[in-house]
Design a binder for this molecule. Sequence first.
Ligand code: ADE
Length: 234
Amino acid sequence: MTIHIGAKPGDIAETVLLPGDPYRARWAAQTFLKDAVLVNEVRGMLAYTGTWNGHRVTIHGTGMGMPSLSIYVNELIRDYGAQTLIRIGSAGGMQPHVKVRDVVLGMSACTTGTPSSTIFRELNYAPTADFGLLKAAWEAGQGKGIGLHAGQIYSSDTFYDERPDLNEQMQRHGVLAVEMEAAELYILAARYGRRALAVLTISDHLLTHEALPSDQREQSFGDMVDIALTAAFA
Ligand code: ADE
């Protein structure tokens, strides 16, 4: 057990999927895993371990934002030995060709700051996904009949954004989507020599203000989980 995770040693698989929402962790485990067992519920942050196609997988909530994700990912890596960590979550579309329901693979994640920023001082470190996972996820997404994109994403610290001018600059420079966790995940994975990727479903759009109706979320999120699992064991 760690401060924030009640799982026993060995309860956590080497491959961990990381939704922000703990209830989505439960849904994904019930939908995709065989023999899923609840391994953490400290502070309501649900985590389940089961198998997918015979491979052990843990699906662990992270909460919203990089400070929360940083706590869970630090403990999953340092105390439980997680090797492959894939964020599965929602994001806001930032480009006209990135549509609601599309899946975005975060090749790199720009940010105004993460919990790790203090160690980098003047360096603008570029948080980057694991290339092998990215390539495998790209291949897994082909033929699914979904809009699939790979590129730069923005990991924001604020959902209610007071800097529309900053979004405009990112849009000018090709940033595909905004979410709130990937940059710190990529930095922690790099620090500890682990593999990480963010597979994101576009749930709303900053340009069109369209939002995915809740009854259509499940199918779209299902594609994302399938891509993440297929990539993890490719
Ligand atoms: N996650 C999903 N949509 C988002 C948005 N518009 N901003 C930040 N994070 C998000």
